[in-house]
Design a protein around this ligand. Sequence first.
Ligand code: TYM
Length: 350
Amino acid sequence: MSASTSASARIAPAGKPAEVASGAKRERVFSGIKPSGTPTLGNYIGAIRHWVAEQDIYDNIYCVVDLHAITVPQDPEELRFNTRQLYALLVASGLDPARSAIFVQSHMHEHAELAWVLDCVTPMGWLNRMTQFKSKAGSDRELASAGLYTYPVLMAADILIYHADAVPVGEDQKQHVELARDVANTFNNRFGETFVEPRPIVRTVGARIMSLDDPSKKMSKSESENSYISMIDEPAAIRKKIARATTDSERTIVFDEKRPGIFNLLAIYQSLTGRSQDAIEAEFEGKGYKEFKAALADAVVETLEPIQQRYKALMADPDGLERLMAEGAAKVQPTAQATLQTVLEKVGLR
Ligand code: TYM
């Protein structure tokens, strides 16, 4: 029996987050996003918009991963707010609580429990190779938290506890998903077929949106304010940030990876408009950076404005938001509980 067949057999119907209308088994996707600040246009383009667009293809589970947010120093009040804000932004972006299970990681204690068991089967050598730890730990690694170091194992637990087949992520998370796959394989070899070995889904366009003021770095909410567009930036701020984004001294507006500034802006434009590179190059032939940047700003504003309106309405109803979060957790809980129980039995803890 394959891992995926055995997994689906183990999942109680009540734990299934989405009904499969046709009767055919849909692949299950799981993905997460950290509430460590307002999400950026990079999060939206690299991850969220795909989650939204593909809800009818997959059996969907999406998670606000607040346990991951405390791996670096965090203000408690801000974390509480960021968690709700991010949840509201996911729903405002079009993740539909009726078609997807959307929940907050810490509402499900099973993730952290499974992570401990998986910590105990994961070789340290694998964690030593994680590039994100190296970049996030900073210059003095001795001071980084043990949580930051074992973070990829918690991420593996998030994915494996639901037997997800695939994990749609931006480029920077691919290595972590591959680790989850290796952890699943190791556990299965040692204790018998238990977990599905998940695969990453990384897009060809927009999987790595770069900083606006330093296109050699990933766009990230942890960098300076002008380097990223937040999902709740006002139109005026969006236009200003794009107008001052780094380009180069050349004139042509063409997709050329050797010109990282303009290439990044073009990639954003391509992601948001869905148009081909040829069509975009034709559109801006003979035009200057100023015109292109104005068109790009329009595309970003047009994308974010309706999301921001829905976001404001959701944030104005905190009880409604709490209800959605509780319903999301209730949908996934039976599966998480069943997986954890199986794992505890397999390793001899029950
Ligand atoms: P996080 O919160 O950093 O990012 C959430 C998603 O957004 C993508 N992303 C980007 N894509 C393109 N360009 C960018 N500049 C950019 N910045 C971020 C990320 O690749 C990600 O898909 N460890 C994860 C959260 C996590 C998770 C999981 C993901 C925890 N458990 C299980 C998948 C499955 C993280 O910190 O993502």
